[in-house]
Design a protein around this ligand. Structure first.
Ligand SMILES: NC(=O)c1ccc[n+]([C@@H]2O[C@H](COP(=O)([O-])OP(=O)(O)OC[C@H]3O[C@@H](n4cnc5c(N)ncnc54)[C@H](O)[C@@H]3O)[C@@H](O)[C@H]2O)c1
Length: 339
């Protein structure tokens, strides 16, 4: 690292979205550095780039100040993806979730301020909480559930990240942008932490029952990770993106039951669909959001971005990934029994 400010730093780069982002940025000729503690990420996600001359990886935590500081010092942009992710992880480890998400983001912002580095913070559609005015727009009011229900800790912690990021923007003029991802899907996402699409795909490929939580009428707008990385690269290049919050999501609303049916059809599976009550899948009194539909007009008006891949395209892309990576399929099969 000879030149100052030569790379884009991705925290959580060995995770699902991070690994796709590395690939895109390297293809664009960028220098990329990542830091990841491999808590939910995997080394195999970054292995293909490990010897790339424009790529550097550090297996460590954003909480390791000395190491992290050195990486931020040489970065012109930090894309902050590192977080405790996944509803199951959050329900089971609420303290870890809050600490990682809130204090981790504070570390990132402090270091970025020291070196005047641009920051993009990954937030989530979960922050819309119990909102039922569809579609969700970035400036809508937010209603979260009770603090006695751990599942809301994820949304609340990400919301604090947003407040903190925007406070650094307003008070210190630090260029900070926030993105709210809506159910991103694609290869390398694991079902390990409760993510629905990889779990359904593996259940279908193995002809095992597809476990739909609740009655399956809850709906989501899944977004292909290739579209998500396009949105990120467009936003970091756009000077007026900073100080703003952007929804990044797909435009095809699908119920979870219909998702299961599509996966069964695609994989020619004989899997039955089995409905599992939320309290059995998570905890008693678990609350889900019935619909989650993004209004993406803000990012469209800024950069012309909109999701390009259909859900069927993306499901086929994920199916191909499992077909071409039998060892990953085996790993995913091994965790199916947990769900
Ligand atoms: N995938 C989605 O559908 C989705 C939806 C909404 C928001 N998001 C957000 O996008 C970001 C990326 O999510 P993802 O799906 O790629 O999840 P992921 O779990 O694959 O990636 C998160 C990465 O952060 C790393 N990490 C966690 N704590 C760390 C720490 N202290 N130091 C360094 N690395 C650490 C993990 O090892 C992992 O590689 C997260 O901030 C998540 O909250 C994702």
């Amino acid at each position: 690292m000879s030149n100052q400010k030569e790379h884009i730093l991705i925290t959580g780069g060995a995770g699902f979205i991070g690994s796709h982002l590395i690939e895109r940025l390297l293809n664009q000729g960028e220098h990329v550095a990542i830091i990841d503690d491999l808590s939910t990420g995997q080394f195999s996600n970054i292995e293909p780039f490990a010897k790339h001359h424009n790529f550097r990886f550090v297996i460590d935590s954003v909480f390791h100040e000395e190491v992290f500081d050195g990486l931020v010092k040489n970065a012109h942009t930090v894309i902050h993806l590192a977080a405790a992710v996944g509803v199951r992880l959050i329900v089971e480890h609420p303290v870890h979730t809050i600490q990682t998400n809130v204090m981790g983001t504070e570390r990132v912002l402090k270091a970025a301020l020291r070196y005047k580095t641009k920051v993009l913070i990954a937030s989530t559609s979960e922050v819309y909480g119990k909102e039922n005015h569809i579609p969700f727009a970035e400036d809508d009011d937010i209603v979260l559930g009770s603090s006695k229900k751990s599942r809301w800790a994820y949304a609340a912690s990400k919301l604090v990240d947003e407040f903190l990021g925007l406070a650094y923007y307003r008070e210190y003029n630090l260029p900070v942008a926030i993105v709210r991802f809506f159910n991103t899907i694609g290869p390398r996402q694991t079902g390990h932490y409760g993510m629905v699409v990889p779990r359904f795909m593996v259940q279908a490929i193995c002809n095992k029952p597809i476990t739909v939580y609740g009655d399956g009428t809850q709906s989501r707008c899944f977004c292909d990770v290739r579209d998500v990385v396009s949105a990120i690269t467009q936003l970091i290049a756009h000077p007026t993106a900073f100080g703003e919050v952007f929804n990044i999501g797909g435009n095809e609303e699908v119920t979870i039951k219909e998702l299961a049916e599509r996966v069964i059809k695609l994989t020619h599976s004989s899997s039955p669909i089995v409905f599992v009550p939320y309290e059995k899948a998570y905890t008693l009194g678990f609350e889900d959001m019935h619909r989650r539909v993004p209004d993406t007009s803000r990012i469209f008006n800024l950069s012309g971005w909109k999701a390009m891949f259909s859900l069927n395209d993306t499901l086929a892309y994920i199916q191909d990934y499992f077909r071409l990576s039998p060892e990953t399929l085996e790993k995913e099969k091994a965790i199916l029994d947990k769900f």
